[in-house]
Ligand binder design. Structure first.
Ligand SMILES: [Zn+2]
Length: 90
C-alpha cells in the first residue's frame, strides 16, 4: 500500500482504538516535565505524549479503559478531558 512507502511520516498509535495513524492526524496530549497534563494543539510541547484519533469514541475508550492515564503515567484531570472534547467539536 502507498502508506508503506511513505514511512517518513511519523506514525503514532491511538490510545483509544489502537489504530496507527500519521501523527498529524491525531490529537496529542502531553505530560509536561513539570507533571502537568495538557492538550497539545501544536504538537510541539516537550514531555510524554499520548495520541488519540479526533473521534469521540476514541477519546471515551481511552478514558474508560484507563489507557490514557496509563500512557501518560498519570491520571488525566477532568478539565483536560473537557478541553479535548471542545477540541473535537471545534
Ligand atoms: Zn482511535
Amino acid at each position: 500500500m502507498a502508506e508503506e512507502i511513505k514511512r517518513k511520516v511519523s506514525i503514532r498509535t491511538c490510545t483509544g482504538c489502537g489504530q496507527e495513524r500519521p501523527r498529524h492526524e491525531l490529537l496529542r496530549i502531553v505530560r509536561t516535565p513539570e507533571g502537568q497534563i495538557v492538550p497539545d494543539r501544536t504538537g510541539k510541547l516537550p514531555g510524554r505524549g499520548a495520541y488519540l484519533c479526533p473521534k469521540r469514541a476514541c477519546v471515551e475508550q481511552a478514558i474508560k479503559r484507563k489507557r490514557l492515564a496509563k500512557a501518560l503515567r498519570n491520571a488525566v484531570p477532568e478539565e483536560v478531558m473537557m478541553q479535548v472534547e471542545q477540541w473535537l467539536d471545534g
